[in-house]
Design a protein around this ligand. Structure first.
Ligand SMILES: Cc1cc2nc3c(=O)[nH]c(=O)nc-3n(C[C@H](O)[C@H](O)[C@H](O)COP(=O)(O)OP(=O)(O)OC[C@H]3O[C@@H](n4cnc5c(N)ncnc54)[C@H](O)[C@@H]3O)c2cc1C
Length: 455
């Protein structure tokens, strides 16, 4: 089959940052059998699974090939409560939001939630996403009991850590390149209320923020810091939290609260994000009255940006680049130097978030490593931004750190093996699962992740 008669409709796709678009044949299989047919018809440009498109860069794009929109591979099974806790089996295209709607009223929660609920289970496993509680519970894959993988060979395989540890680890963090996740069995944790008990602390500079985060980790399950890098010396606000118990909130119900107002951003002809607007916003954000202790719905503490739909439109047609790196514990001087460089970046660091990670997993391409993670949004399009971020990559790699593949849209291929030193080991498994190189993506071709993309 040629690319011209590939299945699906031709569509221009981007990631959440709205940079680096490409055109692909998008097909939405409604069943594993339909998926099998589509994968079997893939041409030389191959196929890429796509969830809800929340990866910021080009991970879920496949210019000239097929993009498999997996959101119809959804469905939520019953909660299975056993002696060791509860699990739930869901389709790979099910969103975390849909799972929360099903499990929260029954007094259960997903143990790891990223900064948005609008990601699919397949996307969460493929990027091995982390939450604000990584220091306590690790990444998403630590709570996956099993998944079913549709491999490039047509084989459908149920994978657990015990049945095939190498394939399990290669798929968690493997950016969809070992196969398509059709369903997964996930562990749940019990909750008593739908609220979080949040303590907010204001900090004067980066060192104070880092200290407050480190202190928070000892006593709280969740922690995160917002940093003001547009003005000042990295002042910020640290939010440390735990699930609220019935004693904290005796009147709280597990039933859904009335839906919060969701604001939307219209398409804007130009970016409204610039040094002046970010400074004004940050000043107002930092000065707004926030109680030191408060109860907040789980969703609004863990995924505050979900209240504003399509917010990348604020960056205008050029979109945004998110730079997220992880640095090992002990590399605090490198973190300080990187933050200082970012304060003087060619374009304004609009939104900056700092978190701490606990120990990483055994997955060769999983992003978290014990230490720190910094995520910064920049308006895309400034001529000098690419070269500036290249210098950050070098600093990060030299410190033994790495950039998050799920956020990346611009890194150079040469630096990836320095950041992910087990890349060759991962390639062995990936090529065993996909000897003809069916699964690929724009990210894969740009960063030469698979052997096929190097040809
Ligand atoms: C506002 C916001 C906040 C975020 N916060 C965090 C955070 O705190 N922590 C964090 O870790 N990440 C965070 N992210 C990133 C996001 O969680 C990941 O990029 C996630 O992978 C997106 O899932 P998705 O379903 O949208 O997948 P997509 O973006 O569509 O795809 C992402 C990757 O998953 C693969 N994939 C998708 N579905 C499947 C499948 N069924 N089988 C196999 N592979 C598949 C794709 O091929 C691609 O490589 C955030 C993103 C946004 C927009």
């Amino acid at each position: 089959m040629t690319n011209l008669d590939a299945p699906g409709s031709r569509r221009r796709l981007t990631g959440w940052g709205r940079t680096v678009p490409s055109v692909a044949h998008v097909a939405r299989p409604g069943s594993p059998e339909a998926l099998e047919t589509l994968v079997a018809t893939a041409s030389a440009r191959g196929a890429t699974a796509r969830g809800l498109g929340r990866a910021y860069g080009d991970a879920a794009q496949n210019g000239g090939g097929i993009v498999l929109d997996c959101t119809a591979l959804d469905g939520i099974g019953a909660i299975d409560v056993g002696a060791g806790g509860a699990t739930i089996t869901v389709g790979g295209g099910t969103s975390l939001e849909a799972i929360l709607r099903a499990v929260l009223p029954a007094g259960w929660c997903l143990p790891v939630l990223p900064g948005t609920r609008h990601v699919t289970v397949g996307g969460a496993i493929a990027a091995d996403v982390h939450g604000k509680n990584h220091h306590r519970v690790g990444a998403f894959s630590a709570h996956v009991e099993a998944f079913t993988l549709h491999a490039a060979t047509g084989e459908r395989r149920t994978v657990t850590r015990a049945s095939d540890p190498v394939l399990f680890e290669a798929t968690t963090g493997g950016m969809g390149l070992t196969g398509v996740i059709i369903d997964a069995t996930l562990c749940l944790v019990p909750i008593e209320t739908r609220l979080m008990r949040v303590t907010t602390m204001h900090t004067a500079d980066l060192d104070a923020t880092m200290r407050a985060l480190a202190d928070a980790d000892g006593g709280h399950a969740y922690s995160v810091a917002w940093l003001d890098l547009a003005s000042g010396r990295g002042r910020g606000m640290v939010g440390a939290a735990d699930h609220a118990t019935r004693a904290d909130a005796p009147d709280a119900s597990l039933e859904a609260a009335p839906r919060a107002l969701r604001l939307t951003t219209p398409p804007l002809p130009v970016s409204v994000v610039n040094r002046a607007t970010v400074r004004v916003f940050n000043e107002a954000w930092f000065r707004r009255p926030v109680p030191r202790e408060a109860l907040q719905p789980i969703e609004s503490y863990l995924a505050p940006l979900d209240a504003l739909d399509a917010w990348p439109r604020l960056y205008g047609p050029g979109g945004l680049l998110q730079y997220q790196c992880a640095l090992p514990a002990g590399e605090e001087p490198a973190l300080r130097a990187i933050v200082e460089a970012i304060r003087h970046a060619p374009t304004v660091p609009a939104l900056a978030v700092l978190k701490r990670f606990g120990p990483g997993s055994d997955a060769p391409l999983s992003f978290p490593l014990e230490g720190w993670t910094l995520a910064v949004d920049f308006p895309a399009g400034h001529a000098a931004l690419g070269a500036f971020l290249d210098t950050l990559d070098e600093r990060v790699a030299a410190a033994g750190g790495r950039v998050y593949l799920a956020k990346d849209a611009r890194m150079r291929a040469e630096i990836v093996p320095l950041m992910y030193p087990r890349l060759d080991e991962w390639r062995e498994t990936q090529s065993r699962m996909d000897p003809r190189g069916i699964f690929t993506s724009d990210l894969d071709r740009r960063l030469h992740l698979t052997r096929g993309s190097q040809a």
